[in-house]
Design a binder for this molecule. Sequence first.
Ligand code: UDP
Length: 237
Amino acid sequence: MIMAYKRILLKLSGEQLAGKFDSGLDPERAAWLANEVKKIVIKGTEVVIMVGGGNYVRGAQIAGHGIKRVTADHMGMLGTMMNALAITDIFEAGGVPTRCLSSIFAEQVAEPFVHRLAEKHLQKGRVVIVAGGIGRPYLTTDTAAVSLALELGCDVVLKSTKVDGVYDKDPTKFADAKKFATLSYQQAVENPAISVMDKAAMGLAMEQHMPLIIFELDKEDILTNVVKGQPLGTTIS
Ligand code: UDP
């Protein structure tokens, strides 16, 4: 079966990278992810990864007690940088050619995010990992993921979460929770029970018709099968 998507944006939250830990980064989880990404890179898929930083800092949560929101968001962006640097090394150690591009000025530690540079790396078959989200406060890496997917002409945004799709209520609390195979952007934005991506990210995806797939990257070959176009998780379009 051929791949359904030529270029994808994979959003990995801090929670996904923390793996078995409550915070920080789980190198075993990152190495496992590298191997799953390798499988699709070998098949010719171009991969952009937007990393979150919630395993270290979420700006909205730590702002206060004297820490300004802007500063808190800067700290959050630095958290994404720590993840991006670590997983770039782990991906390369796993045999996946990878480059880390930063949306915040950090020349000593990463190449700057420049549109043409990102294009060049992708065309050469390298995975591009973006640090610092979009580089501005009051935003999350979900919004940054959709924006970057649009900028780099990705076919789809794949967001890995801790459940295997979008449900009508929390499946960890309600046994009768039902999974949606597909959802419209409108449904996803309007339903208060659905909080799989922040509204800004969802709004941008809706306005620009960027499809989103919410799935759980917990088993071998799930990523490959999603990229092949198998109906796994929930597609929002
Ligand atoms: N952040 C920001 N601008 C961006 C991306 C991220 O200010 O473009 C900050 C924000 O404080 C956010 C934190 O970085 O809470 C970590 O990102 P996020 O919460 O999206 O991480 P995730 O929940 O995906 O792990």
